[in-house]
Design a protein around this ligand. Sequence first.
Ligand code: BG6
Length: 368
Amino acid sequence: EKGGYDWFMRKEIFEQPKAVADTLLGRYTAAGALQLDELHIGEDELRRIDKIIIVACGSAYYAGLVAKYAIEHWTRVACEVEIASEFRYRDPIIDGSTLVVTISQSGETADTLMAIRHAREQGAKVIAICNTNGATIPRESDAVLYTHAGPEIGVASTKGFLTQVAACYLLGLYLAQVRGTMYDDEIAKVMEELAATPPLIQQVLDSLDAIRELAARLVDTESVLFLGRHVGYPVALEGALKLKEIAYLHAEGFPAGELKHGPIALVDQGVPVFVVVPPQGRDQLHDKVISNIQEVRARGAFTVVVAEAGDPEVGAYADVLFSLPKVSTLLQPLLAAVPLQMFACEVATLKGYDVDQPRNLAKSVTVE
Ligand code: BG6
């Protein structure tokens, strides 16, 4: 059932173009308008929302962190993202105009379930983004937007994560459409770009030959740092989580701008630092991240850079470079996460670990 792959995780990494395409399928019109009739929450109700809180655990939480950038940008509604196990214990400010979006691949995670029960008791509307039909979390939510990733068997989420980002983007664009915060042609343009990502994910998958060699080179390293900025920051967190989960390797993700406020003290000769570089654009983010790569390299870091193809500035500072097809900043996580997933899979394989069933972890954690 692994379809010729050694691990379900590897199979699931390769299924991502289809998983994302299936998640988008049927949810927009030929003109690029969002059509999420399945939501069953009235448009008036969605117009009254004045705050969005995303609650989730693990990779789903990181998908939520990515989504925050897009949702706030598109809808101009304040969006918080919170670890589900922290949520109800801090007396969060919730009322009838709060929209809680919960993200869970399994739909059975107890921490997440408890969080949404609390939110509904306080009068919030809850939309679940879930991969499992009829699971407890969607059943206990007001509405559900299913990801269509197909069953995810590997404990470390891969296609689950990518499809969660895609589903959150559909929801964000839909809210922008209902609330009139974007023009129809703007929505159509983003939707067109989103719909065009599956073959680009495939291109990334086809370009990962160097990963095995990189994994062999770093297999005995003690610690790996991941840096990113804007939506690249949660991608860095997700890259680090994959290494912890399956390769039992200490790894941490940081916002690149925080480097100088502490983490750079960790950088020493040969320390591997992965850097997700934002696309070249009008803002200064790209150049600032390039400076961060120079800074860690000057202190001896071994730099692995994930950047847009043709970026003329990264080559000089990258010990190893992974190129991504050109997309806009908000869509880059759908591509940039892929080499990081594969890297973790290769390191864990080389170490001889059970990639699909890492020690101490369960695919779905049904206790708080
Ligand atoms: C963890 C899994 O325990 O639960 C992670 O090991 C997963 O891989 C997290 O991201 C959240 O799970 P779910 O099913 O709620 O998305």
